[in-house]
Design a protein around this ligand. Structure first.
Ligand code: SAH
Ligand code: SF4
Length: 376
């Protein structure tokens, strides 16, 4: 019999599992705290659990993390792990320390089926969704191994923020994502507030609506273009869910989180989407309609992309137009690029089961001018 991986459960799920063993619900809370707050992987460590329960768990259940293939530490303190998820697939996770916080960037899939032109994960194709336990194993391992290494005082957390911005499209792995988010938010788990957990999506509109109902954490949307013609080229899912529908979903999302805003991510590609006219068209799209902030990401190049990073002066000029239009705009600092841990460089290992790699080798991006009709 295969042992159940307890990392696959949120607290509700663990309570149901404990009940199936004839145990009271509060036992689940104890067990959950041992796993997520103390990082235990062995039932024998769990000294306040009845011996009879420990005996029941042994054999039936386990706390199964992911094997670490490699770990790299960047000169700026960024840490990148490569985790083995079996059958020749591996996913990456990145820890980004800053003065006032520690952010973990987590993967949700081995590969990605969306196939954005500027993303190295997209170029690798798609193998499979990660299970809840594989998503959480990244956080569980990072938090507890860093605590040991940094000699963090008991009760303090190393990871204060989580962003679902690693490999994969989280909203195309919805059923595994939501229990993982619940564990991050749970006071008996990682106790992160919902503003400190961010789901980043290329724009899976129906799932944005479901997330609003099920677990309205902070939302980041990868916009990357002000017009459908250009976004169709850069982010192919736009052909299914065009910009107007996406922005409407963002407005609805904020109904569940009225004091919040949406972060719009925008990867700056030299000569493709970085002109003044693009910035002005973006303003026309969002102003007075969507409470949002822009996060400009200088493109991180990788072989095969055929794209270039916008010059820093161009990024500044672009940001200035958005700011002058009243939209808070930040430029993402590149971290960990000496270990290929920057946005969009996460490649892991993916046994592609789609024809993504071939599809990506098609004609270069068609750059169409922004229609002058955009209201100013
Ligand atoms: N699939 C989700 C989350 C993972 S990608 C999404 O697309 O939102 C996280 C962010 O990195 C996205 O905004 C993505 O567009 C950006 N990104 C991807 N490739 C990049 C690259 N080569 N350089 C800079 N940013 C990139
Ligand atoms: Fe997938 Fe996001 Fe990369 Fe697009 S940017 S291919 S959605 S991981």
């Amino acid at each position: 019999m295969n042992a159940v991986n307890l990392l696959d459960f949120d607290l509700e799920g663990l309570a149901a599992f404990c009940e199936s063993l004839g145990e009271k619900r509060f036992r689940a809370t104890q067990l959950f705290r041992w796993i997520h707050q103390k990082g235990a992987s062995d039932f024998e460590q769990m000294s306040d659990l009845a011996k009879s329960l420990r005996a029941k768990l042994a054999g039936r259940a386990e706390i199964r993390g992911l094997p670490v293939i490699s770990e790299h530490v960047s000169a700026d303190g960024t840490v990148k792990w490569l985790f083995d998820v079996g059958a020749g697939n591996a996913v990456e996770t990145v820890f980004i320390p800053e003065d006032d916080r520690g952010t973990l960037c987590i993967s949700s899939q081995a590969g990605c089926a969306v196939g954005c032109r500027f993303c190295s994960t997209g170029h690798q194709g798609f193998s499979r969704n990660l299970a809840t336990g594989e998503i959480l194993a990244q956080l569980w391992h990072a938090e507890h191994s860093l605590r040991l290494r940094l000699r963090t005082p008991a009760g303090e957390r190393v990871i204060t923020n989580v962003v679902m911005m690693g490999m994969g499209e989280p909203l195309q792995n919805y059923s595994a994502l939501v229990p993982a988010l619940k564990v991050m938010l749970d006071d008996h788990g990682y106790g992160l507030s919902r503003r400190r957990v961010t789901v980043s999506t290329s724009g899976v509109v129906p799932m944005i609506d479901r997330l609003r109902e099920d677990c309205p954490v902070a939302l980041a949307v990868s916009l990357h273009a002000p017009t459908d013609a250009l976004r169709d080229e850069l982010v192919p899912i736009n052909r299914k869910y065009p910009i107007a529908e996406l922005l409407d979903a963002c407005v609805r999302y904020l109904d569940a989180a009225p004091r919040d805003f949406i972060t719009l991510e925008y990867c700056m590609l030299d000569g493709v989407n970085d002109g003044d006219e693009h910035a002005r068209a973006l303003l026309a799209l969002v102003r007075g309609r969507l409470p949002c902030k822009f996060n400009l990401i200088p493109f991180n190049p990788f072989p095969q992309s055929g794209l270039r990073r916008s010059p820093a002066s161009r990024v500044q000029a672009f940001a200035a137009i958005l700011q002058a239009g009243g939209i808070v705009t930040t430029v993402r600092k590149t971290r960990g690029d000496d270990i290929d841990a920057a946005c969009g460089q996460l490649a892991g290992e993916v046994q592609d089961r789609t024809n993504a790699r071939r599809r990506m080798q098609r004609a270069p991006i068609r750059i169409e001018p922004v229609p002058p009709s955009a209201p100013r």
